[in-house]
Design a protein around this ligand. Structure first.
Ligand SMILES: N[C@@H](CCC(=O)N[C@@H](CS)C(=O)NCC(=O)O)C(=O)O
Length: 237
């Protein structure tokens, strides 16, 4: 990893840094956000990359420059030279293609389907449920309606987190997509971390033991420990 820059500090709206000494890969991230998944995978893949920290508290994701880069106003964004890639499932797949020797994308057909299935389930199921709790203003305008969105989101999130746990426990595999480590494991760590966070406040070891076992196994990887520390996140207890 080549270093961390802050979006506010003269990054500008384009992907290319114009500096040949900088890596071609640049990840725009916010600590603890879903950009944690590509951050973990870039590190585990052993690729040379630069990090650009986007300050959500300062609203940098909605700044004019950032919206030129990603009109969706979200992280993660992965730049590879001039190319801008958004959406976790696409970014995660792309990173695995850059480091095929690390085998983070399964090649066996069923394991590959399982991996893709997790990526879709997490990005289109668990993530939106969480967003209903964190960002109810996206879904309703009145105070009462927003409260209802939060409460409905909480029920939906709990059911989806339990579904993920049942899926992991039922498969009984060492990893999410089978016996081997894959990008799905890293993406699952994001939602494990959100589960223990203040918004959901779940007892992850008590109520989600299979998922917690996976999280603990992941932290045996030096890359995972390094990234969690860089993002200011504690290791799974
Ligand atoms: N579908 C997108 C979702 C990206 C997303 O919602 N990112 C959140 C952080 S987890 C974000 O940037 N939020 C900023 C905001 O809502 O203003 C993906 O999976 O990459």
């Amino acid at each position: 990893m080549a270093g961390v820059r802050h979006f506010a500090v003269a990054i500008g709206a384009t992907c290319t840094s114009g500096d040949d000494r900088m890596p071609k890969l640049r990840l725009y991230y916010s600590p603890g956000a879903c950009s944690l998944a590509p951050h973990l995978v870039l590190e585990q893949a052993g690729l040379d990359y630069e990090l650009v920290r986007v300050d959500f508290a300062a609203g940098e994701q909605r700044s004019e420059d950032y919206l030129k880069l990603n009109p969706k106003g979200r992280v993660p964004v992965l730049c590879d030279g001039d190319a801008v890639i958004t959406e976790n499932p696409a970014i995660l797949r792309y990173i695995t293609r850059l480091a095929p020797e690390r085998e983070l994308w399964p090649s066996e057909p069923l394991a590959e389907a399982r991996c893709a299935e997790w990526l879709a389930f997490l990005s289109s199921g668990l993530h939106p449920a969480y967003a209903h709790i964190r960002r109810p203003e996206r879904y309703a305008s009145g105070e009462e309606a927003r409260r209802d969105v939060v409460e409905t989101g909480k029920a939906a999130a709990r059911a989806l987190w339990e579904m993920a746990e049942a899926k992991l426990a039922g498969a009984g595999d060492l990893h999410a997509a089978g016996a081997a480590l894959s990008v799905a494991d890293f993406y699952l760590l994001v939602f494990w971390n959100w589960g223990r966070g203040s918004v959901l406040g779940y007892d992850m070891p008590g109520d989600f033991p299979a998922w917690t076992a996976l999280a603990r196994r992941l932290t045996e990887l030096p890359a995972v420990r390094a990234v969690l520390e860089r993002e200011g996140l504690s290791l799974p207890a």
